[in-house]
Write a protein that binds this ligand. Structure first.
Ligand code: SAM
Length: 234
């Protein structure tokens, strides 16, 4: 699978940059090679390499189809991202689990948020897991803005749940986990959310949810909670 950052509209596509490099130098593409393309629109394309240039690859588009591998309801993950590899881990696994959007959170104790590599992690994970829409990475948001932001769920439905993970919160029931609702999740930083931040969240209508007796690292809390909400029940 390869990603085209230009929308695919006709019967040809040209890949450059990282995607061309991968095809040319890792997969050793030659004319005739079959490739599956996606452009983030939800469509998937059967394509064939027609020409390999120095830094670009030209392809013929043979067939297209809509393949929806998104969650039935949007799931937005607000998380005070840790540094380095752990950040990459969260982004990659969130793509696999179907998270709609990650919002990096600026809290009293968070690390510096944002970074230009995050989008690349999204593309790599989407290639691997078969998603045809890209998980969005929003601009970093301050905790107070995040708690009251009204446009985080695009469809604007008022029926949604907002959960902030907190060690002293109430454990959700199996029925709550199984309910399919547009959802906002908030995960605090390594040093935890301050009492004031948790109070502000509950005052704004967020429910504090506990995830067991042990203190989880940011990525375990984020992905464990997302997995409980997204992996379909039999
Ligand atoms: N000492 C910090 C505290 O007590 O909040 C630990 C912070 S923990 C490393 C990072 C974040 O993961 C927390 O802010 C919370 O959002 C989430 N988290 C970790 N363990 C949790 C648990 N058992 N239940 C709910 N959330 C948890």
């Amino acid at each position: 699978r390869c990603y085209s950052d230009a929308p695919i509209t006709g019967d040809q596509a040209t890949l450059d940059g990282n995607e061309a490099h991968h095809l040319l130098h890792v997969l050793r593409a030659t004319p005739g090679m079959a490739v599956t393309l996606f452009d983030g629109s939800g469509q998937e394309f059967d394509a064939e390499v027609v020409a390999c240039k120095r830094s670009t690859v030209e392809l013929a588009i043979l067939e297209s189809r809509l393949v929806d591998r998104e969650l039935p309801q949007p799931l937005v993950l607000g998380v005070a991202l840790p540094k380095g590899d752990r950040q990459r881990w969260i982004v990659e696994k969130s793509v696999e689990l179907g998270v709609t959007r990650i919002v990096p959170l600026v809290t009293e104790r968070s690390e510096k948020q944002g970074g230009d590599k995050l989008g690349r992690y999204v593309i790599e994970a989407s290639k691997q897991c078969g998603r045809n829409r890209l998980m969005e990475i929003a601009e970093p948001m301050r905790w107070s803005d995040w708690l009251t932001a009204s446009d985080l769920l695009d469809e604007g439905t008022p029926t949604h749940r907002r959960w902030v993970a907190h060690p002293t919160g109430v454990r959700p029931t199996a029925a709550e986990f199984a309910q399919q609702l547009p959802t906002l999740l908030a995960i605090g930083p390594e040093g935890g959310l301050s009492d004031g931040e948790v109070e502000a969240a509950t005052a704004a209508g967020w429910k504090a949810v506990g995830l067991g007796e042990r203190i989880l690292r940011i990525e375990t809390a984020a992905l464990g909670l997302a997995a409980c909400l997204t992996i379909p029940q039999p």
